[in-house]
Write a protein that binds this ligand. Structure first.
Ligand SMILES: Nc1ncnc2c1ncn2[C@@H]1O[C@H](COP(=O)(O)OP(=O)(O)OP(=O)(O)O)[C@@H](O)[C@H]1O
Length: 376
């Protein structure tokens, strides 16, 4: 993670501290996770015979690497396939096609027994700390469950280890026998984090880890994740629906639209000079909390909803909502190309880079695709 605390409009109960600078992730070394051509189509069936009549193309050809010690933020509107991607790389879902490598080992189709060591190395934190914790189990049982599942007996015993974990995530170890409903939302998310940490994972995939929490609490949980990354050398994939949460925590950011990555870039460049029009639109919606830094800026309102992933648009999937779309966008899917060092974008007419198909005729529909307003 970047060494920058989350800032929020509300004043958090505890002061939000600025974590020490993290070790920068090395993009030139071997990746911890490598994803190639990853596809997940959910079949749509009909009738008693369950004849397949179509498919939800939730994830449709993802290529990306995650390097040891880095935080990759993954953003995009609801339904663009972020959670499906998270569940694929943690192998909670079986991919339709593509390849997933963890530490150089192909894990795409590993069976249950061969997956066992990986289950230790890769953990997931979920959005809703209310529904992801069993209300009938004590915190001790919840955080201790991974040891039992993996048949591991930590030195000093499970109870000791669980209490140590509770302390690590800022909870009172004396609360070992309490139930989830006795904790606040932020504390419950800390319980989920303690459970994820139990088996000393290398990578944590966090699916919207703070979006169910109050803004002030969000900052505390994000800072906790940052501290844990420093302490345990963790690698994170953090999924969020907008760019405001991942802004403060990511080293690199992947922007998804309708099952595809449309831009993958280091954080600083992405925020300073987005290359994909969709990224630009998402960024324009990020609030600027500090009034001294607010200036006149462009706000891009995309009209219309995200098209259905059952029959996505031809060519560039974003062309139906893009104010720059031309004829080529309707027919040719733009590949995710490295147009600048460390910056990949899938667009025929990128922002802040040379136009890939200049002089192509703009589509008549492009004029109505978005409303661009200047706001103070
Ligand atoms: N088990 C499933 N069966 C059929 N379709 C599914 C299944 N899981 C997800 N989908 C569909 O796949 C698409 C992508 O869903 P996904 O949850 O991955 O998106 P998301 O970007 O995480 O959205 P959100 O932020 O709303 O969770 C959606 O259209 C969703 O309805």
């Amino acid at each position: 993670m970047k060494g920058e605390a989350v800032k929020s409009d509300a004043v958090p109960a505890d002061p939000v501290k600025v974590p020490a600078q993290s070790t920068p992730a090395r993009e030139d070394g071997a990746p911890l996770l490598r994803v190639q051509g990853l596809v997940k189509h959910f079949p749509i069936t009909k009738g008693v015979l369950k004849r397949q009549v179509g498919a939800v193309q939730a994830v449709d050809g993802l290529d990306f690497d995650v390097f040891p010690g880095e935080t990759l933020g993954v953003v995009g509107e609801s339904g663009c396939g972020k959670s499906t991607m998270g569940r694929l790389i943690t192998r909670l879902l079986e991919p339709t096609a593509g390849r997933i490598e963890f530490e150089g080992v192909d894990i795409t189709h590993l069976g249950t027994s061969k997956m066992r060591p990986l289950r230790r190395d890769v953990q997931m934190i979920f959005q809703d700390p209310y529904s992801s914790l069993n209300p009938r189990h004590t915190v001790g049982a919840i955080v201790g469950a991974p040891f039992k599942l993996q048949g591991i007996n930590p030195s000093g015993g499970i109870k000791n280890e669980v209490q140590r974990l509770l302390e690590t995530v800022g909870l009172n170890p004396e609360h070992y026998n309490r139930y989830p409903h006795e904790f606040s939302g932020g504390q419950r998310q800390r319980i989920g984090i303690a459970r994820a940490l139990a088996l000393k994972p290398k990578m944590i995939v966090a699916d919207e880890p703070v979006s169910a929490l109050d803004v002030s609490i969000q900052a505390q949980v994000v800072n906790l994740l940052d501290d844990l990354q420093q302490e345990f050398g963790l690698t994170y994939v953090i999924i969020a629906h907008d760019l405001s949460v991942v802004r403060h925590v990511s080293d690199r950011i992947a922007v998804m639209y309708l099952g595809k990555i449309v831009e993958l870039s280091d954080r600083k460049s992405l925020y300073e000079a987005p290359m994909h029009p969709y990224t630009k639109a998402l960024l324009s919606a990020v609030p600027v909390p500090d009034p001294r830094r607010r200036q006149e800026r462009e706000r891009i309102f995309l009209k219309g909803d995200v098209p259905s992933p059952i029959s996505p648009p031809t060519g560039c999937r974003f062309h139906t909502r893009c104010w720059k779309a031309t004829e080529v966008c309707k027919t040719q899917e733009p590949p995710l190309l490295e147009l600048k060092p460390g910056r990949r974008v899938a667009c025929h007419h990128p922002e802040n880079a040379e136009d890939q198909v200049p002089e192509d005729a703009v589509l008549a529909s492009a004029a109505d695709a978005a409303e661009i307003k200047t706001i103070d």
